[in-house]
Ligand binder design. Structure first.
Ligand code: PLP
Length: 387
């Protein structure tokens, strides 16, 4: 029998999340692998979704999204970042940020074109670049004084004649880095000089800690006109299963994204769009509380991991801590992650699966802290058995 899957997708088997979540279930382990919160979003937002269903909003919405969500997104970008977008021509609703990124890559990079990504990278990036027939060019994020960053020379060196786009994720999953203005300026300079489009993944835009500020790349000089910004309701409002996201970009980019997106899914679930519009307009105070609570959970997990013997990198944002396993005498995170449920009853994600240069990420595993305090406490208690 011949392999039915097209060659360009063969390197992408079952995702590590499916493997690790199945392992968590089979062994009754605490799952700090996949990044979904174990609490619900704001109650009035949940009511808004129910109300949208009850009041008959259950047929195909407009392909670009319901007007109230496009208006709420435009208002949010303006209020929070001073970025002005026309809700009708410059905002497009997608099935989560995942589809926004997929449609953007498929629309903007074709066979043989190159897309720069920062590794470790969110797993869907590599797959969708392959789906487009394009080639990924990774730029390494390395820990420097407790924080993952890149070398601007390596970024410049990654640009070639076929480079079309740079995919920028900040706050960054899994590294936990929130790019500084200086780092963003280095990216912007490369984009301007080589006429590249930037696709930004900003799903953790509200979930930054301490005094760290999320700066959208589109706010930098000359970048609004060449940036496709992607975000979603999932992380901001603890509703990762709602898969309601959006793209904001100049109209010509939105038209390009639309051309692809309309044939992937046509439109996005109508009731969740209405509820997301409500939340963006009314629940930002709730998100501020979520941010505070996540910051405390981050510290709880970092302290616990350190006590268990890991070197933990305190993230500036997101749901995740990167932990170096070498102080515990391990060297391969994939091996450890597969053994961890039996050894300690905890599931983590081996970060090497997010790298092209696997050896650079071999000794990291990623733990999620978007969990109840008692779950985090029990997990670190169990991890102490490793030492
Ligand atoms: C969770 C996540 C996404 C997916 O967002 P959806 O809105 O659920 O599609 C995209 N990018 C990063 C970095 C994420 O962590």
């Amino acid at each position: 029998m011949t392999e039915p899957l097209v060659p360009r997708m063969r390197e992408f088997g079952e995702t590590i999340f499916a493997e690790m979540s199945a392992l968590a279930t089979a062994t009754g382990s605490i799952n700090l692998g996949q990044g979904f919160p174990d609490g619900d979003g704001p109650g009035a937002m949940l009511d808004a979704a129910v109300e949208a269903i009850r009041s008959g909003g259950n047929q195909y919405p407009p392909g670009p999204g319901v007007p109230e969500l496009r208006e709420a997104v435009a208002a949010q970008r303006l209020e929070r970042y001073g970025l002005s977008y026309d809700p009708m021509s410059e905002v497009y609703v997608t099935v989560g940020a995942t589809e926004g990124i997929a449609a953007s890559v498929l629309a903007l990079a074709g066979p043989g074109d190159e897309v720069i990504v920062f590794e470790p990278y969110y797993d869907s990036y590599a797959a969708v670049i392959a789906l487009a027939g394009a080639v990924r060019r990774p730029v390494m994020l390395r820990p420097v004084e407790g924080r993952f960053t890149f070398d601007p020379d390596e970024l410049r060196a990654a640009v070639g004649p076929r480079t079309k786009a740079v995919l920028v994720n900040s706050p960054h999953n899994p590294a936990g880095t929130v790019f500084t203005r200086g780092e963003l300026e280095a990216i912007a300079a490369v984009c301007r000089e080589h006429d590249l489009v930037a696709i930004t993944d900003e799903v953790y835009e509200y979930l930054t800690f301490d005094d760290t500020e999320h700066i959208p790349l589109a706010t930098l000089d000359g970048m609004r006109e060449r940036t496709v910004s992607v975000s979603s309701a999932g992380k901001t409002f603890s509703a990762t299963g709602w898969k309601t996201g959006w793209v904001t970009a100049p109209a010509r980019y939105v038209r390009a994204v639309q051309t692809v997106k309309q044939f992937l899914t046509y439109a996005v679930s109508a009731p969740y769009q209405r509820a997301a519009a409500y939340a963006l307009s009314n629940e930002i105070a709730w998100v501020a509380e979520l941010r505070k609570s996540l910051q405390a959970k981050r510290d709880r997990l970092v302290t616990g991991l350190e006590a268990a013997g890991f070197t933990a990198y305190r993230p500036q944002g997101t749901y995740f801590v990167q932990a170096d396993i070498r102080p515990l005498g391990f060297s391969d995170g994939l091996e450890l992650a597969r053994a961890l449920p039996a050894k300690a009853g905890v599931v983590a994600i081996p970060t090497q699966v997010f790298y092209d240069h696997v050896e650079a990420g071999a000794h990291f595993v990623r733990f999620a802290f978007c969990k109840k305090d008692e779950v985090i406490d029990e997990a670190v208690e169990r991890l102490r058995r490793l030492a």
